[in-house]
Write a protein that binds this ligand. Structure first.
Ligand SMILES: Cc1cc2nc3c(=O)[nH]c(=O)nc-3n(C[C@H](O)[C@H](O)[C@H](O)COP(=O)(O)O)c2cc1C
Ligand SMILES: CC(C)CC(=O)C(=O)O
Length: 372
């Protein structure tokens, strides 16, 4: 381990994830803020992710025996201390110099699962080293974006396997970036010294010469966008379980299940890709109805409160992931900030469980949700 994250105090007055967000706005410059906080286009999906949780109501039971309660759950053959994982977020050194290594330390401290982005700004081996020796750590997964060079992809997957990553999360909802107006207005640029270091050495894509009538999107950029057959190829390349991240349609969930994949993550990329998609909370029940029980279904998008986690579990989610909130924690107080965000969310989840009369997550069910 060559990078020990700084120990930083949590700024006073921060008691919720929303407080972390407010404080992070004063810490991050306009460039980083546009990147981390923004959604696609009019940010309708970004807002829908949040409001869907707010609109859902809980239906508590009273006088139940809560002795021995806990937040433990099973996922891909492991017992997790709680069902909260950190979603892949690119370029975390833009939020704090300790970047993804700080995030990994915090995840290990709090027993949270961690999914490292292909576009991480620190080497995947350094991040794994920060986590693997910790007894209480959660799962460590590598998020994978298909690249144009198969040989490079194979080597990247092998590096992740050798470093100790336990699953590959293929993000399938972003063959193109969304329309990122906030970033364009802020003239977003990666600051000097920050890059996708794990993609260093990727040979440049062969040049494409477009005639004036051709499309840069369809005739160039999308030429290497993955399809279902590329997922099959990946199954042949790795022995690790593969999860698809960005599934929003029950037919795609069915295909994933038929291919024997390790799981799916219901996600709209935190509202950063296709604007006006529904909230993840809104589509989850259809997907659960079709493949629930066949493979683990995780969810992300707009989770900001312990009650949101509880509602996701009540819908049938195996676990949830958070994206932006832990980046706010990272910006505010490095590893301690990420750890604080996780602890706040888990404490809130425990309180919500207790107040709903659920001693364990197995006791949380559709009956925990109020039906109008
Ligand atoms: C700044 C930022 C960068 C992201 N980078 C990636 C990425 O590299 N790979 C990926 O699969 N998802 C990426 N995501 C999406 C997250 O993994 C996750 O789906 C989303 O943030 C969840 O929504 P939330 O931010 O409301 O919690 C990114 C999200 C944000 C906000
Ligand atoms: C570099 C990007 C493709 C990472 C990403 O997924 C995002 O910014 O949402």
């Amino acid at each position: 381990m060559n990078h020990i994250p700084a120990v930083q105090p949590i700024p006073s007055g921060i008691v919720t994830l929303a407080d972390h967000e407010l404080h992070a706005r004063s810490v991050l410059d306009d460039n980083a803020w546009a990147y981390f906080s923004g959604g696609a286009a009019d940010e309708i999906t970004l807002r829908a992710n949040r409001s869907a949780w707010d609109e859902m109501q809980l239906s508590p039971r009273v006088l139940r025996n809560l002795v021995g309660g806990n937040t433990r759950t099973q996922l891909l053959g492991r017992t997790l201390a709680h069902p909260i994982l950190l979603a892949p977020v690119a370029f975390q050194r833009m939020a704090h110099p300790d970047g993804e290594v700080a995030t990994a330390y915090a995840a290990a401290m709090q027993g949270a699962g961690l999914v490292l982005s292909t576009q991480a700004s620190m080497p995947l081996e350094d991040v794994a080293q920060a986590v693997l020796s910790e007894a209480q750590r959660g799962p460590l997964w590598f998020q994978f974006y298909f690249q144009h060079d198969r040989g490079f992809m194979r080597e990247l997957i092998q590096r992740a396997e050798q470093a100790g990553y336990e699953a590959i999360v293929v993000t399938v909802d972003a063959p193109s970036s969304g329309v990122r107006d906030r970033e364009r207005r802020a003239e977003f640029k990666l600051p000097p010294g920050i890059s996708a270091v794990n993609l260093a050495g990727l040979p440049p894509a062969p040049p494409v010469y477009l005639a004036p009538h051709q499309s840069r999107m369809f005739d160039a950029l999308l030429a290497t966008a993955p399809t279902w057959s590329d997922i099959e190829w990946l199954q042949g390349v790795t022995r690790l379980p593969i999860l698809l991240k960005g599934v929003m349609h029950e037919d795609d969930a069915r295909l994933a299940s038929q291919m024997g994949l390790g799981g799916i993550i219901v996600s709209n990329h935190g509202g950063r890709t296709l604007d006006t998609m529904p909230a993840t909370a809104a589509v989850f029940p259809r997907i659960h109805e079709v493949v629930g029980g066949a493979l683990p279904i995780l969810l992300d998008g707009g989770i900001r409160r312990g009650t949101d986690v509880l509602k996701a579990i009540a819908l049938g989610a195996s676990a949830v992931l958070i994206g932006r909130p832990y980046v706010w924690g990272l910006a505010n107080a490095g590893a301690m900030g990420v750890s604080h965000v996780l602890r706040l969310l888990r404490d809130e989840l425990e309180i919500a469980m207790a107040l709903c009369g659920c001693a364990t997550l197995d006791e949380v069910s559709s009956a925990t949700l109020f039906k109008r």
